[in-house]
Design a protein around this ligand. Sequence first.
Ligand code: RP5
Length: 163
Amino acid sequence: MLDSERPLVGVVMGSRSDWATMSQAGEVLTELGIPYEAKVVSAHRTPERLFEYGREAEGRGLELIIAGAGGAAHLPGMLAAVSVLPILGVPVESKVLRGVDSLLSIVQMPRGIPVGTLAIGAAGAANAALLAAAILGRKYPEIRQSLVQFREAQTEAVGESPL
Ligand code: RP5
C-alpha cells in the first residue's frame, strides 16, 4: 500500500540549475501518484552529502533513485557505488557540449556497478519517472495501474491526421 507521506523515489541532481530538467521527472511522478523527494546532491561540491544520501537511502525507505547531472556527471555512478538501489541516470544538457559529455559520463559505467541511463534532457527525465513506475509497478498495483492509464491516454491523444 502506498503512503503519500513516505517517498519511494529520490530525485537528486548536481545543482539547482538541473531542476529545470529534473522537474520533468517530478511532474510525471506526481501524475502517476508516486511519492518522491527532491534534493541537490553534488558529487563534486558536496561529496559528503552524496555519500550520506547514497548510504542512507535504502534504510530511509527509498526504493529507487533518479539522479541527474550535467558535464562531468559522476552523481549517478557514485550513488550506484554506495547503494544497491536501482539508480536511473539522467544526462542534463550542458552548455558547452550539449549534454553529450553528461551522457558519456553516466552511461559508460564499469562492469559490476550499473546505472540505467536515459536520454539527454527533459525527455530523459520524464522517461526516468516512467521507468521508475514500471519497476515499482511490479510491487505496487496502483502504480502499475497509473502507468497503464498514462499509456492509454497517450495513445488516445495521437491523432491519425497530420493536419
Ligand atoms: C553539474 O554541473 C550539475 O549537475 C550541473 O548540470 C552542472 C552545472 O552546475 P552549475 O554551475 O549550474 O551549478 O555538477
